[in-house]
Ligand binder design. Sequence first.
Ligand code: BMP
Length: 213
Amino acid sequence: MRPRSRLVVALDDVSLERALELANLIPEADALKINYPLVLRHGLESVRKLSKLNTVICDFKVADIDNTNRLIAEAAFEAGAKALIAHAFVGSDALGACVDVANRFDAFIIAVVEMSHPGAVEHIQPRTDELVRTALKAGVGGFVAPGTRPERIAHVRKLVGNKLIFAPGIGTQGGSARDAVDAGADFVIVGRSIYGAKDPVGTARKIISEVKS
Ligand code: BMP
C-alpha cells in the first residue's frame, strides 16, 4: 500500500448503506478502515462489499493466542481485507500467526504500539519501544501511532525505519493531519470529522490538500 492521498476513512458510526455511499463519494481515499461497530451490525458482508470499492483495512485489534489470531485473520482476509490491525502486546508468536496468514493473502498486518486516547499513556506508551521490537520481529508491515501526539509519531518513525505508519486521532480527537504527516505518518485515519460532517466529501478533500507535500 503506497501513500497517495494519505487519507484513510474510518467508517464506524454509519449504516452499511451509508458506508458504501461514502466509499463511492470519496474514491480519493487510500483506504477504508472497518471496525467492530460496522462488522458487528452488518457482518463480514460489509468487508466483502466495501473491498470491491477500495482497499479495506480491518481494524479488529486482534489480541488473542496464536490459533485464534490465525482464524480471525483468515476470516478478515478471505472477506477481502488487504490489511488487519492487531495488538503487539500478545507477543511475537501470536502476532506472527497474523503475519503468516497475511503473507498467504498478499496482505499485511498493522501493529498497535501506542494509541491516541488519553489513557494510552498509562500502560501502552511506556511499552511502545518493546512493542515495536516485537512487531518488527513478527514481520508486520505497518504501525498505529497516535495522531494526537506528533512527537510520539516521530519517535515511532525513528524505530520503524521505512515501515508504514497510520495515525488515528485526527480532527474530533484533536490531532492535526498536517502535524501527523510532518512527524512521519504515511496515512491519517479520520472517522467522525468526515462521516459526521455536513459535507463529508469537502472535508475529505480539505484533509487531503492539507497533507499534500
Ligand atoms: P475518529 O476520527 O472518529 O476519532 O475515529 C478514529 C478511528 O481510529 C476509530 O475507528 C478508532 O477506533 C481508531 N483508533 C483510534 O482512534 N486511536 C487509536 O489509537 C487506534 C485506533 O484504531
